[in-house]
Design a protein around this ligand. Structure first.
Ligand code: ADP
Ligand code: MG
Length: 206
């Protein structure tokens, strides 16, 4: 089953559990990436946020998808902290605002595009600055181009790797200037991890 049909019968509790499991399992890796070019809190920030979302699963599951996404965004803003909390929060809040209750592929791609633009506006950032946007934009492009879930996930992983030679222009890593070169951006990596587990879970549960 493909992403085209799965959005109609999304299993939100399974999705929340899968994302929280992945983020928590990779917390040390994300922390190590942030230790290299930031302050070493990205893994813990993300784990705290997504475990807080997991704790709300029962309440979230009762809501229509757009409302659940907005509630997830608000929770992430309140609990992740750092620069990434408001940015991931904005992504989910904007997705909730843009998505209809039973979105198809075209609506998902359009809503995700607007949500990524909202993140860029919130962060006053753009592609090429060594941030989560360097994963979110290519993922959006793959989604809009009709790629399969596996292809979208691979595009996300590849995009995270492209941040390695980049010099950080936004966020804490930008304080390092040229010394930010040679490390994968933590927020790009966490974005790719989330994209992979979301696509895998949606396709598996279809
Ligand atoms: P902090 O930098 O406050 O410690 P985190 O470590 O949780 O917050 O998150 C850092 C990540 O946030 C970076 O790796 C980057 O991907 C993302 N980020 C930071 N600032 C911006 C921005 N202005 N626009 C987009 N993404 C950003
Ligand atoms: Mg940090």
């Amino acid at each position: 089953m493909s992403l085209d049909t799965t959005m109609h019968r999304i299993d939100l509790p399974a999705l929340i559990a899968a994302v929280a499991d992945t983020v928590s399992a990779h917390a040390d890796e994300l922390t190590a990436l942030d230790q290299a070019i930031g302050d070493g809190d990205h893994g813990l920030n993300m784990k705290r946020g997504f475990e807080a979302v997991r704790a709300e699963t029962a309440t979230l599951a009762e809501k229509p998808l757009p409302d659940a996404l907005k509630a997830i965004g608000t929770k992430l803003v309140m609990t992740v902290g750092g620069a990434s909390g408001p940015l991931f929060g904005t992504l989910f809040l904007a997705l909730g605002k843009e998505l209809p209750a039973e979105p198809g592929r075209a609506e998902l791609a359009a809503a995700f595009g607007k949500a990524v633009d909202a993140v860029a506006a919130r962060g006053k950032s753009q592609a090429g600055q060594k941030t989560m946007l360097d994963v979110l934009y290519p993922v959006q492009a793959a989604l809009a181009a009709g790629k399969t879930g596996a292809e979208i996930a691979d595009a996300g992983d590849a995009a995270a790797e492209t941040t390695k030679p980049m010099k950080a222009i936004r966020g804490r890593a930008s304080f390092l200037g040229d010394r930010s070169i040679g490390h994968v951006d933590p927020g790009a990596r966490s974005s790719a991890l989330i994209v992979r587990i979301v696509t895998e879970t949606l396709e598996r549960d279809a």
